[in-house]
Design a protein around this ligand. Structure first.
Ligand code: OAD
Length: 257
């Protein structure tokens, strides 16, 4: 594996990951194939207005994702980043757009889940928090492979109702049009990092797509790992094309030996 970069313990490393890093765990990325879910665009099930319009449809999508994520495990790409964190300690920060929790499951501690997490929910009215497991426990049995439950139950028995008020529990996930979590801390760390590594993201969704340029403008060396060239590939100085589960373990080995 060719790498011109050397990472030493004084370096401040910020890593940004996207759906591609979890692809080898068996989770579909957003923009592979047709980018559709049962003929709905992802944007149609991942916006606050979609939840207002048809909360049952949105919950069908997230219940299916939650159930899928329960079945999967971290892959060598996740574990390589945990190894890098062990080496760099507090000089390491991992920002992920993923909601699957696989970095935490791999043992990473300095992780900012900027788009939220599939395992948490909150009421859209009183903001009481609840685990997704507790919400899903009230879900009627599904009636098809695609996990749609009988339409007669739709919007009548709202199993995702808040137990304290008339609001509805929703996934604690940042939808299109909402402001991502941890932005102040992320921007502060981008300003001071010496190396910025991006893996498994198409570079089309903002503000995450902007982090690469921000870090570069503040003097960081930029490294990228992706199956295809991302939209913002021009700002990557050292680009490794391929699967992160193949590339990251050998790169990390070189960096920390
Ligand atoms: P995308 O689906 O847009 O991009 C995934 C990227 O990973 C693509 O560029 C693939 O080429 C690449 N890829 C696929 N398999 C890979 C592998 N094994 N190793 C390395 N790269 C691989 O996913 P994101 O960029 O994460 O937001 O999408 C960003 C946001 O858009 C998501 O967080 C989500 C979505 O809508 C919200 O839900 C708010």
């Amino acid at each position: 594996m060719k790498t011109t970069t050397l990472i030493n313990k004084e370096d401040k490393l910020v890593v940004l990951t996207g759906a591609g890093i979890s692809a080898e765990s068996g989770i579909k990325t957003f923009r592979d194939s047709d980018g559709l879910w049962e003929n709905h665009s992802i944007e149609d099930v991942a916006t606050p207005s979609a939840f207002t319009r048809d909360p049952s449809l949105v919950w069908d999508f997230y219940a299916a994702r939650y159930n899928q994520i329960l079945e999967v495990k971290p892959n060598p790409g996740h574990y390589a980043l945990k190894q890098l964190e062990d080496h760099l300690g507090d000089n390491f920060l991992l920002i992920t757009q993923n909601i699957d929790g696989l970095h935490r499951l791999a043992g990473s501690k300095n992780v900012l889940e900027m788009h939220g997490s599939i395992d948490k929910c909150y009421c859209n009215k009183c903001e009481k928090t609840i685990s997704t497991a507790d919400v899903i426990a009230h879900r009627p049995a599904s009636n098809s492979k695609t996990e749609r439950y009988p339409s007669i139950l739709k919007n009548k028995h709202q199993w995702f109702k808040c137990s304290k008020c008339s609001g509805l529990n929703r996934p604690d996930i940042i939808w299109f049009g909402e402001i991502p979590y941890h932005l102040d801390e992320i921007i502060a760390r981008l300003r001071e990092c010496t190396i910025f590594l991006v893996a498994g993201t198409s570079g089309v969704v903002y503000p995450a797509a902007q982090f690469l340029l921000m870090a570069k403008q503040h003097g960081a060396k930029t490294i990228g790992i992706n199956l295809d060239a991302p939209m913002n590939v021009d700002f990557i100085e050292e680009f490794h094309q391929g699967k992160s589960g193949d590339i990251l373990p050998s790169l990390v080995k070189k960096w920390i030996e």
